[in-house]
Write a protein that binds this ligand. Structure first.
Ligand SMILES: Nc1ncnc2c1ncn2[C@@H]1O[C@H](COP(=O)(O)OP(=O)(O)O)[C@@H](O)[C@H]1O
Ligand SMILES: [Mg+2]
Length: 235
């Protein structure tokens, strides 16, 4: 579904990705693990079109993404839940969710209502807070809102960048369950996580990234037992 091959990218003249290749198949949840500063966020920003790859190919459902804008990429069904959950603190929960619809061609009242109902079915907690400003939500609720927003957009694949960062254990479990639920709904997930154990408990496969390269790839059961976890992640 999403395939990156030999992708090079960076900021200004500074290279960060040195030929990354990875693949996420439809319906899979795949973990992307690695220490801080290894290029995981850069990879997601490049997939989403915020950074242009210097070399290499990025395809989604067989379509070349490398010349598209982030908005066009979102419209194809790629959703990014960015690092540090960038919700709009001054906008209400409803307004934050409706922003997700900007990536949807049909924004009629009927579509808006149906999408909101779907999202509230999965996140009843958000429906209780529908008219509250985003900033009054807890960290875990803001993370839910960030995920719900890409669901509003009808994303087929969700790129999640460290969704459990700074959250209490109960919310970490909730996020994990939510990823399991997305899988059951047929949504494909690429998950960047510091919490390797949590990521591998919900993902089918994992990649390990080091200094802008994928250095290891395995199914989760194998990766969990592998010494590379300690070597490359220090856990
Ligand atoms: N906007 C930026 N401009 C310049 N360098 C950046 C920028 N964002 C990240 N970097 C650098 O790119 C490298 C990889 O960062 P990042 O992709 O955020 O890693 P990770 O998500 O794995 O922690 C780091 O050395 C970081 O300092
Ligand atoms: Mg990062």
């Amino acid at each position: 579904m999403l395939r990156m091959a030999e992708v090079h990218a960076g900021y200004g003249a500074t290279p960060i990705l040195f030929g990354v290749s990875l693949e996420v198949r439809a319906g899979e949840a795949v973990a992307l693990l690695g220490k801080n500063g290894m290029g995981k966020t850069t990879l997601m920003k490049t997939a989403m079109g915020f950074l242009k790859p210097w070399r290499g190919t990025i395809e989604f459902d067989g379509r070349d993404l490398t010349r598209l804008t982030p908005h066009q990429i979102a419209r194809l069904g790629v959703g990014l839940v960015p690092e540090n959950r960038r919700i709009f603190p001054g906008l209400t929960v409803r307004e934050n969710l409706e922003l997700g619809l900007s990536a949807v061609a049909d924004r009629s009242a009927a579509v808006r209502r149906r999408r909101l109902e779907e999202v509230f079915h999965h996140f009843p907690r958000l429906s209780e807070r529908i008219d509250q400003p985003g900033k009054t939500l807890s960290g875990g609720e803001q993370q839910m809102l960030a995920i719900a927003r890409v669901m509003m957009a009808g994303a087929k694949i969700i790129l999640m960048d460290e969704p459990t960062q700074g959250l209490a254990p109960a919310f970490i479990r909730h996020i994990r369950d939510m990823i399991g639920e997305l899988k059951r709904l047929g949504v494909t997930v690429l998950l960047v996580e510091q919490n390797a154990r949590m990521a591998l408990s919900v993902c089918d496969r994992g990649y390990i990234m080091e200094k802008g390269l994928i250095v290891f790839e395995a199914v989760s059961s194998e990766l969990r037992e592998s010494p590379v976890i300690r070597e490359k992640l220090g856990v």
